[in-house]
Every structure is written in C-alpha cells, then in structure tokens.
Design a protein around this ligand. Structure first.
Ligand code: GRF
Length: 190
C-alpha cells in the first residue's frame, strides 16, 4: 500500500524480478489516484487500484467506508501479507486487528525514536549522529508495533531533511525486500 512516489515499491518490484524470491506483489493499493508509485506497478505489469477517500462522507464514517472498501478488495485477492510502503494514512484498530501479524511497515527512523510523520526533521532537531530505518509489524499505535529489523545510517552536520531522507531511503530499499525474504521463508515468525 502506497501514497506517494513509491520508490520503495519500485525497489521491491525490482528485487522480486531479479532475485529468486518466495514472495510476489499481487496488488498495489494507493489512497491517491495521482500517486507516482502507481506507474511502477503499471510498468511491472502488477495489478493496481487507487481507493481515494469517499468525499461525500465525513469524519469517522469516511475513514470506515474507505477502509471497508480496501478490505473488500484485499479479501477478493489471494493476499497473505500487507506491506505498507509509504502509505500515509493511519489504519484503524479494526483494520489492524484483522491483519495483525500479517501487516508490516517501514519507518524512516530507528524506532522507538522519532515516530510520526516528521521522522527526519525530528532526528535533525535532536542533533543525533545516527538515524536509519525500521521494519516493524503494525499494531494499533503509531509506529509502535514489534520491531523486525533496523538499519543505521549516519547523520552529518550539513544534512537537511531532504539529504537525510534520501540516505535513509537508500537503506530502506535494501532492507525492506530482505526482511520480506525473511518473512516469506519463515525466518521471521508472524
Ligand atoms: C519512506 O521513507 C518510508 O519509510 C516512509 O515513507 C517513505 C516512502 O517513500 N513511510 P516512497 O513513496 O517509497 O518513495
């Protein structure tokens, strides 16, 4: 599931094309019709669908209807694991409880440090010298589920949010496909 440019999705699709993986991407779901990442799915010949928020509804009702639609789509496919890769919405406890243990996310910090939407900015403000990325199971909290694996990257004096974001992404693109290899071959227990 993606929301934006989908560089992580592109890295995963490449890995699945080039290596002998035990996993395959069955479907890419975006909450935005204009997510650049949908092009990566199109180019790789992978099914994709965008599910925008229903504008005619408001608040909780809107969230619920949106997730119900996504759940119906997922259930109509033979899907074993949901991989959040830059999906920018927080899933409701109902969604999470139905997929617990089969729902993973990547976050651009060394959790539990710097959860939330501004991980790189927060790391720079805290003047840390090492940051990185974390792959974790999703629970009902925000970036709080059990950690599967992390990768460190250095933070330099001259870094901006942008330079740090790109350095972390490079690490993410290597780490996430490898963690999915481990999950699908049973080296990480769900
Ligand atoms: C990644 O840094 C990921 O950790 C965060 O969102 C970013 C997604 O980037 N959750 P992209 O859309 O895969 O390029």
């Amino acid at each position: 599931m993606i929301s934006g440019g989908g560089s992580g999705l592109r890295a995963l699709l490449r890995h699945q094309q080039e290596a002998d993986t035990a996993h395959v991407t069955k479907l890419v779901i975006s909450d935005s019709e204009s997510a650049g990442g949908l092009d990566h799915a199109r180019e790789a010949g992978v099914d994709f669908v965008s599910v925008p928020l229903p504008q005619e509804l408001k608040g909780d009702e809107r969230r619920r209807a949106h997730e119900e639609k996504i759940m119906r789509i997922i259930e109509s496919k033979d899907i074993e694991l949901i991989v959040l890769s830059g999906y920018m919405r927080i899933l409701t406890p109902l969604f999470v409880s139905q997929w617990k243990g089969r729902l993973v996310n990547i976050h651009p910090s060394l959790l539990p440090e710097f959860p939330g939407a501004h991980a790189q900015r927060d790391a720079l403000e805290a003047r840390v010298r090492v940051s990185g990325c974390t792959v974790h199971f999703v629970d009902e909290g925000v970036d709080s589920g059990p950690i599967i694996e992390q990768r460190e990257v250095p933070v330099f004096e001259y870094d901006t949010v942008e330079t740090l974001r790109e350095r972390i992404k490079t690490a993410e693109h290597d780490l996430y496909p490898k963690v999915l290899d481990d999950i699908s071959s049973g080296r990480v227990l769900l």
